[in-house]
Design a protein around this ligand. Sequence first.
Ligand SMILES: Nc1ncnc2c1ncn2[C@@H]1O[C@H](COP(=O)(O)OP(=O)(O)OP(=O)(O)O)[C@@H](O)[C@H]1O
Length: 371
Amino acid sequence: MSEKVPDPGQMTDAGVLLAVSGLQVHFPIKKGLVFDRTIGHVRAVDGVDLQVRRGETYGLVGESGCGKSTFGRAVLRLEEPTGGTVIFDGQNINGLGREQLRLTRRRMQMVFQDPLASLDPRMSIQSLLMEPLKTHGLSEADKAEFGADSPSSHLAKVASMLEVVGLPRAALAKYPHEFSGGQRQRVGIARAMILNPDLVIADEPVSALDVSVQAQVINLLEHLQDLLGLTYIVIAHDLAVVRHISDTIGVMYLGRLVEEAASDDLYARPLHPYTIALMSAIPIPDPVVEDQRERILLRGDLPSPANPPSGCRFHTRCPFRQETRCDTEEPVLRELVELAPGRRVACHYAEEILSGAIGVADAGLVVEPSR
Ligand SMILES: Nc1ncnc2c1ncn2[C@@H]1O[C@H](COP(=O)(O)OP(=O)(O)OP(=O)(O)O)[C@@H](O)[C@H]1O
């Protein structure tokens, strides 16, 4: 039986659709051909707390390998969490049995980065869009519009969905390889939306697309959000992609959230050194400003999530690092209410960075002009 969470602290707010606390996903590292021994764990997600409000878009960003996709998959329980809880609309999904998980899954859908890999190439667009309806049936709202579950009501819903995502009816008889990348992503989006979900997790939805079609797909996601009252988590490695679509942004580093803020606040004043570095890498369209800008280069590669650095996980690459404390003491993700409600930063020196007491000139920053 699922655990229906009555009203524990964080869930007092009915505006919260998703509450994740202490989420961990650790993958075992195996060795040996005959006797499979576990010699360690990749701590892909290592204690993430966040909440997503109904109707909002939460952008989750960070470098490749920091655990964003694993986080998204664990929220949908496509990956079994090692620890922590995921509470979706008041229900703890970790405790759900098979049938309840199936019922909940229709309310939580995923849009993938590479639609060609996620859409079965042997299935026509019609079959691809009919399949979720065969498994789960029409939503109650769609039954009122298209009639009780039947092949003809399903087909009517599919045709209507196709129109909503901007594809012609003739697309029904075609196969994924016959479309451009942007059109294929429209099919992927139609498939995710066809069950009228509440939460959609879009994992790098535009990073495989040409820059010219990225904006169209982002606009489509925004249009569907308004039309269907959706809540989004949009995962991206590129801060520029999530900037305009997100209400709130969370920045992940090595399995942890290091900063979270309302989108405008984060862009106006990034506080975590990692966010500051990521932000400095976003190109500015104005060539004069871009030319004069200083860009912070991060030292080295992302450390292994199997063996994260001691103290602050970011200290080995941090341009603001202060000796001893950063190397030994792990900062907690704390709320800086004096700055803005909901602003959370996991850095010992966030106040000093905010006040300018610690700045670019201090800690041997690796700074280079952008050109
Ligand atoms: N099934 C798995 N088994 C073992 N390790 C895994 C597995 N899935 C992911 N990882 C590891 O977990 C870490 C986080 O991966 P994840 O894909 O979640 O990161 P990401 O930030 O989404 O990066 P990307 O954008 O490249 O997908 C990486 O080190 C990755 O190699």
